[in-house]
Design a protein around this ligand. Structure first.
Ligand SMILES: [Zn+2]
Length: 312
């Protein structure tokens, strides 16, 4: 129904004192978003014509958007890999990322750490941890000029909380969750926020996602769908309880899986925003082309997402 017609019809109801139907669910959003950003995740840059020109193209594409975005969020895994790479190879990748960013981008960038941005965890040299101060996440935090491995920034009524969701698994590999000090920090950040403001959480690994279970594109032989502990936040049930007492949390965005999904659970929208590198710079990954997300955040606490295939 056209809005004008609806109002005209409704005024009959008003005059006769009848109860009016609630506005249809598709009632228009406030037209202008408070914040408009581009979320570029899983860039995985490395030396080579395809990744280097691919990143440049994605950044140029973002800057040509109309209307313009206010800033970029780098969702993590900016470089191909530092977990296993030696110092020289890691340096080359970080330098490459920063050089392309400097040459091709003039927007502010907020960085989030991905598992592959963490240096040395998988290098089989136990002494490295004691001998090199850049071991682990120090290098990425310093080289990207991050305020810390997790932090918050505010744009109008929206707070963006950047999390560090990759933790070393003592039994090998890594695991998706918040470490204890970070969980306490998040708790205290949330408790200090005014009730009428909103929160978007940014994590590299999804807090909740169905594509985390679809990454391997198969089920177990018995039909179970497995969600591996390095593909989602294993502390989700704990986070769910925390989120329940902070209704300001409206949106959680992530990457890591290179797939895209959009699900709402208990009033929070969880968006997994694909990968700029697609299939690690080899075309599409499963059904998803290389892409980034444009997100708009509104004054009523909602947000909209548009996935952008920048190569088309
Ligand atoms: Zn990742």
């Amino acid at each position: 129904m056209q809005r004008r017609k609806f109002i005209r019809n409704s005024s009959i109801g008003l005059a006769s004192g009848l109860l009016l139907p609630a506005l249809p669910e598709s009632s228009p959003r406030p037209r202008k978003p408070l914040v408009r950003l581009a979320h570029l995740s899983d860039i995985h840059v490395k030396p080579g014509i395809v990744p280097e020109t691919g990143l440049a193209k994605a950044l140029q594409h973002v800057q040509q958007l109309k209307p313009k975005v206010d800033f970029i969020i780098n969702g993590g895994d900016a470089i191909m890999d530092a977990l296993e790479a030696d110092k020289q190879k890691t340096q080359i990748q970080f330098d490459l990322f920063k050089t392309i960013l400097k040459n091709e981008n003039s927007l502010p960038v907020y960085h989030c750490i991905g598992n592959h941005d963490t240096w040395g965890w998988f290098i089989k040299n136990k002494a490295l941890e004691d001998q090199d101060r850049l071991y682990g996440k120090t290098w990425v935090v310093e080289t990207f000029g991050m305020p810390g491995r997790h932090y918050r920034f505010t744009k109008g009524r929206w707070h963006f909380i950047i999390l560090d969701s990759t933790q070393l698994n003592p039994e090998g590999g890594y695991i998706g969750k918040l470490d204890e000090p970070q969980f306490e920090w998040l708790q205290s950040e949330l408790s200090g926020l005014p009730k009428e403001e909103y929160v978007c959480l940014v994590s590299h690994i999804p807090i909740l996602s169905i594509c985390a279970g679809l990454f391997f594109n198969k089920t177990e032989s018995n039909g179970d769908l497995k969600i591996q502990r390095n593909l989602w936040h294993t502390d989700f049930l704990r986070l769910k309880k925390l989120f329940a007492s902070h209704p300001q949390i409206k949106t959680c965005i992530s990457g890591h899986i290179h797939l895209q999904d959009d699900l709402t659970y208990l009033g929070i929208r969880y968006l997994c925003d694909g990968a700029v590198s697609g299939n690690w710079w080899n075309g599409s990954f499963q059904e998803f082309s290389p892409a980034y997300a444009v997100l708009e955040f509104y004054s009523d606490g909602t947000c909209s997402r548009q996935m952008v295939q920048y190569e088309k």
